[in-house]
Design a binder for this molecule. Structure first.
Ligand SMILES: O=C(O)c1ccccc1NCC(=O)[C@H](O)[C@H](O)COP(=O)(O)O
Length: 262
């Protein structure tokens, strides 16, 4: 079993429990459920930096990253830095996150918010909307083609953007469909946890131009972004590099200024 398999086993139990505690009708009554969403896809198309900054307390690859920050400060710091969007890990067991983190970020910043979650059930997409997300992540490695279609079409019907994540060519081939907005290549090998930008570079040429391309994981320098931009990447998802510091917003500000050559 690789780490994704383990996460999915736990996630199925968690989602079943959540469904038994909070019915869909209650999610639909959330005051956020009918809010107008903000498009990360449009922000990325019009941005020079393309930075999507993540809130990430811990991870399977790095263990503890930072438990001493509050989401409100991180979200407003990222917004002041000028990032295009914010990613919020809502998984508790492996990443130390929660749906409350998403709610607090929603109240603290007007950025497009990505619910970074291991989505295996339509219920989690309704949760994402009810807790203030603008974008959902679908991970090709844990979904069938039929599930990708069903989940992405549900998300679009709720005006949520859809980011589909792949690790290899096979996942990419089964996933391409019009109900996706963005295609993300994850540079982290989930068997070894090694990261290589070559994964993004190799898969980039197979991604049709209709989708905004995002490179995810292991990005810690401005040079890495400059290396990836010629391959057509418009978005760069950065977690640990900002979150390991005392002030992720300030780190993102310095990073974005460096990138712009200021
Ligand atoms: O980060 C991990 O260890 C991890 C392990 C298993 C599944 C997913 C994982 N990370 C989720 C992410 O996609 C990253 O948090 C995101 O791309 C940012 O990565 P980084 O900049 O390297 O923190």
């Amino acid at each position: 079993m690789n780490i994704l398999d383990k996460i999915v086993v736990d996630k199925r139990k968690e989602v079943n429990l959540r469904k038994s505690l909070i019915p869909v009708s209650q999610l639909e009554q959330s005051i956020l459920f009918n809010r107008a969403t903000i498009s990360l896809t449009s922000n990325l198309r019009n941005s020079k930096s393309g930075i999507i900054a993540e809130h990430k307390r811990r991870s399977p690859s790095k263990s503890v990253i930072n438990y001493s920050l509050n989401v409100q400060d991180v979200a407003s710091g990222y917004e002041n830095a000028g990032v295009c969007g914010m990613s919020i890990l809502t998984d508790g067991k492996y990443f130390g996150g929660s749906l409350d983190d998403l709610l607090v970020a929603r109240a603290s910043a007007s950025l497009p918010l990505l619910r970074k979650e291991f989505i295996i059930d339509e219920y989690q997409i309704l949760e994402a909307k009810a807790y203030g997300a603008d974008v959902i992540l679908l991970i090709a490695a844990i979904l069938t083609k039929a599930e990708i279609k069903l989940f992405s079409e549900l998300a679009k019907s709720l005006n949520l953007d859809v980011l589909l994540e792949v690790h290899n060519e096979e996942e990419l081939h089964k996933s391409i469909m019009p109900s996706l907005d963005m295609l993300g290549v994850n540079n982290r090998n989930l068997k070894t946890f090694e990261v290589s930008l070559d994964t993004s570079k190799q898969l980039s040429q197979l991604i049709p131009d209709d989708f905004v391309k995002i490179s995810e994981s292991g990005i810690s320098t401005v040079e890495a972004i400059k290396e990836l931009q010629p391959y057509g990447f418009k978005g760069f998802l950065i977690g640990e590099n900002f979150m390991k510091t005392d002030n992720p917003g300030e780190s993102a500000t310095i990073f974005i200024k460096d990138l712009a050559g200021l």
